[in-house]
Structure formats: C-alpha cells, structure tokens
Design a protein around this ligand. Structure first.
Ligand code: FAD
Length: 476
C-alpha cells in the first residue's frame, strides 16, 4: 500500500458513514455512487500501478451544480476528496492515498460550444482529449495538445496538470491555450472564469490558479480552450543519429531550416526504441542507431513542406548528422512511427516495475543523467533509458527493474533530484508533483514560493479536503 510504502499518516478527516452514502445517493441517484469494492478498485489504482488507495466510494456527478453540492457537504463533514479524470497521471495524484472519496468526472463529457472562427471550444471537464480532437478536426481545427494518453485522459485532467505533450514546441502550453475555466472551490462555491476571449486583462488571471494545481485548489468543471487550425499538410521524419551531440546540432538545424512549419522534435535513445519495439512487438521502420529523432511539420502547402523536410534529410545525411532516415506524409506510415514513440511510456511496464522521472534540464546537459544513472545502478537495473521532448528541454528517464526494489529506489531518490537541481533543471517538467514528489519539491521551488503556495491553499481550501497528501509538502 502506498501509505505503508511511503510512511505517511492519515490526516484527521471525517470517515464516510452510511448516512453520507445516503446523502450522496439523494443528490446523484443510486447508480452514480459506487461503493462495491470491485467497482471502486479501478479508481484506487493508478495507471502505472505504483500507487493504490483505499477509497470506499466513488461519486460520478453529471453537472457543476452536483459537484458544488457534493463538495459543500464534504467540506462541512471534513470528508477528503480525490478528483479523478482519465486516471492516466504518472505521479500518483489521481488516486486516493487513504479513504478519500473519489470524484470522477467521466460523466461530465458534453461539448458546449465551438466557435470555428476564433477556434474557441467550450466543454465539460470529463471530455476525453481524443474525442475532442476528432470533433474539432471535422470542423477544420485541432486540439492544441496531444499526448500518448489521449484516448483516455480528460481535458479537465489535462488542465489540472498543465499537460505538455508532443507539440508544445509549436502550440505552447495550456497556460497559453486555455482561455477560461469554471471551477468549484472546496466549500462548493462555483468560480466562473469561463470566458473564451483571447485577451482579458480585467484583474487577476484567476484561471491560472486551477491550471496545473492538480486538484488541490479547486475542481475544474468546464474549460474554454483555443484550437489551432487543422494543418493542411503534415510530414514526419524519423532519423538515426550517432550521438547526443548530433541530436542537439540537428535540433538547431531543424529550427532554422524548417522554421515556421516545425511542429515536433522528439528524441529517444536506442534502449527506448529497442525495448518498446521488442516488448510491444512494434515495427521500427529504420535499423538500429544509438539515438533516434522524430521531426514533424505542420503547414499549409504539401509540396513546399514535403520538399523542405526531404531536403533537410538529404542535407543532414550529407553533413553526417543523420545516419539514415525516412520521411513520409502517408497517414498510416506516420501513425506507425508515432505509435512507436508514444508507446515508450507503456513499454517499461511490461514484465516489471518502472521508476519514472520527468525532468527539464538545460539542453546542453539534457542527456547527462542517463549515463550517470547507468553507471550508478550497474546491473541492479534491467534498463535505464531516456526519451522526450527536446524542443521543450524535457527528458523522461525510465529505470526498469524486475520488481519494486527499495535499494534501487534509495539509490535513485533523492540523488536524481539533487543532480537535476545542480543542473538548474526542474524535478517535474510536465507530469506534476502529485503524491510521489511533494517531499522533493524544494529542489525546484524556493521557500518563498512554497510559502505563497501554502497561503493559497489555506485561503481556497481551509480544511484541506481537496486532494490531500498531494503537491504541497507537509512542512513548509
Ligand atoms: P488524472 O490522471 O485523472 O488526474 C491527474 C491530476 O489532476 C490528479 O491530481 C487529479 O486529482 C487531478 N484532476 C483530474 N481531473 C480533475 C478535475 N476535473 N479538476 C481538478 N483536478 C483534477 N503528460 C504530459 O504532460 N505530456 C505527455 O506527453 C504525457 N504522455 C503520457 C503518455 C502516457 C502513455 C500516459 C499514461 C500518460 C502521459 N502523460 C503525459 C501524463 C498524463 O496523461 C497527463 O498528466 C494528463 O493530463 C492526465 O489527465 P487525466 O484526465 O488522466 O488526469
């Protein structure tokens, strides 16, 4: 159990009683209050199967009013809650630690409005990202974010984690794309910041309090988000590269030669790709290389964009930066390549346990930690591999072992966070702090900033019922 594994104590919250269940049923109806152990279990376990809570109840509201009514009641009874979207989070934030009541957004999945001129989409928090993307694509737009978990994660979860993903390089992060938010505070107050304007400098930008705060300041119920235009032409290159120095040179060259059409620049080392291809039986369209680079373009002119990327490949093969590669605009081939890249996160879970780190590091030191960890762990790890979003300075480092192992864990933490801090990086680039990292947050946040976080939490959730044990360290 996570509570034993991480040695923490339950806080002094109320315990759910049958009268509480009766109340929730009077608000939501019989079917939308789950209390059977087997029904509740999937909501207690996170995607990566690192954390498991002991919740006894899952509530499934269908409207903001229902969320507000439930929260008001929980706040008065001091019952702690854990908001849950698609439960694809990778830091244990989306599952309870003890018996927090899960509030699942899965039934709040209505699209409210799309302005295809401005690109503003307004929808409920429980809409699945891929469903939204399919919906706006039919109307000439795309969602401004894309990630491997798109088929399951919710837009409310994305907003609450400020999810990054594969095209942040081009379309920016959610603090920029989210136009407005509706959220419910711990006491049930509905905060209406659901504007869909690009510009709105009227007072404090309160929506940002809810973007990336991982459900600790309020529950996101609706989101207004800006959708960019569907690119008429998409091209993808997949290249083999000799060493990491050359990956960086290639990135510099891609920025200057592909310029305005560059939409993604991703890297993966040999073990990331080889392990994924083998474990998940996926094809690798080129042969074995120490590093792989995936370059995507989004543009408006097929001939121009295709020629530009093909010329990039030819030139950089001549220069020696690319050893071999392929360029395609065929949807099925592009899908095969993206699938290989997007599946790396899942490959580590096959046949063992994986320690996952999501850090940003200044580019010149981006890959340094992988060889350092390989040396430190020796044969105690099955694999240590690194992959990620070069354009955002964000590397994911995975360490696989046959099963969870305290010795390896203590060799990794806090060592890895100390190293990241020495390199002036961030210990959480895009996944958040969740349950896994509050005690390490000081490696990336100054005491003054932590103090203000604590004040905000106290102001918005004085009883601390919203996602306790997450994000904020116990002693600030
Ligand atoms: P959940 O996992 O359910 O919740 C995440 C956090 O948000 C929790 O703290 C939860 O309490 C809170 N929360 C959820 N919904 C709400 C709400 N409505 N109101 C308030 N709080 C809420 N992340 C990236 O940033 N970039 C990637 O490229 C990326 N790739 C991934 C690939 C795979 C295969 C997987 C499994 C995960 C990946 N992730 C990535 C992590 C994860 O998908 C994102 O963090 C995603 O935004 C989580 O959305 P979710 O709906 O699953 O949220």
């Amino acid at each position: 159990l996570s509570s034993e594994k991480y040695n923490i104590h339950r806080k002094d919250f109320g315990r759910i009683e049958s009268s509480d269940v009766d109340y929730f049923r009077s608000v939501l109806g019989q079917d939308r209050v789950l209390t059977e152990e087997s029904d509740v279990l999937p909501y207690n376990v996170d995607w990566i199967k690192n954390c498991r809570g002991q919740s006894k109840a899952v509530l499934k509201p269908k409207s903001t009013e229902e969320v507000s009514t439930i929260l008001k009641y929980c706040n008065e009874r001091k019952l702690a809650v854990c908001p849950q979207g698609g439960n694809t989070g990778l830091v244990g934030g989306s599952v309870p630690v003890f018996d927090e009541i899960v509030i699942s957004f899965s039934l709040m999945n209505k699209i409210i409005d799309l302005d295809d001129l401005s690109g503003a989409l307004v929808c409920e928090a429980g809409c699945v990202l891929e469903n939204l993307d399919n919906y706006v694509r039919e109307r000439g737009l795309i969602m401004p974010l894309d990630l491997g978990a798109k088929g399951t994660c919710h837009i409310g979860g994305n907003a609450s984690t400020n999810a990054g993903g594969l095209r942040l390089l081009r379309y920016g992060n959610l603090h920029g794309s989210i136009l407005g938010v509706e959220a419910v505070k711990a006491d049930g107050t509905v905060i209406d910041c659901l504007r869909s304007l690009k510009k709105d400098n009227t007072g404090y930008h309160l929506k940002h309090l809810f973007i990336g705060s991982e459900g600790t300041l309020g529950l996101v119920t609706k989101v207004a988000i800006h959708c960019p235009v569907l690119p008429k032409s998409v091209n993808l290159g997949f290249f083999g590269v000799k060493n990491f120095g050359n990956v960086l040179k290639l990135y510099k060259s891609a920025k200057s030669k592909l310029g305005e059409i560059l939409s993604a620049f991703e890297m993966a080392d040999f073990d990331s790709i080889n392990f994924t291809a083998k474990n998940l039986k996926l094809p690798n369209p080129i042969s074995d290389y120490p590093f792989y680079v995936l370059v995507e373009t989004h543009g408006s002119e097929e001939t121009h964009d295709g020629e530009k990327l093909t010329r990039f490949l030819t030139n950089e093969m001549e220069s020696g930066l690319i050893l071999d590669g392929t360029v395609t605009s065929e949807p099925a081939k592009m899908q095969t390549i993206w699938n290989l890249r997007e599946s790396i996160a899942a490959a580590g879970l096959v046949g063992g346990y994986v320690f996952k780190y999501d850090v940003s590091i200044p580019l010149k030191n981006f890959y340094d930690l992988v060889p350092i960890l390989k040396k430190r762990l020796g044969d105690k790890a099955t694999k240590v591999f690194g992959y990620g979003h070069v354009g955002d300075g964000n590397i994911h480092i995975n360490v696989t072992v046959p099963q969870y192992n305290k010795e390896v864990s203590s060799m990794l933490e806090p060592f890895i966070f100390e190293e990241v801090s020495k390199l002036n990086g961030s210990i959480s680039a895009e996944h958040g702090i969740g349950f896994r990292k509050p005690k390490y947050i000081h490696y990336s946040k100054d005491q003054s900033a932590l103090g203000l976080m604590k004040d905000l939490k106290q102001l918005m959730d004085p009883n601390g019922i919203l996602n306790p044990y997450k994000v904020l360290p116990d002693h600030i």
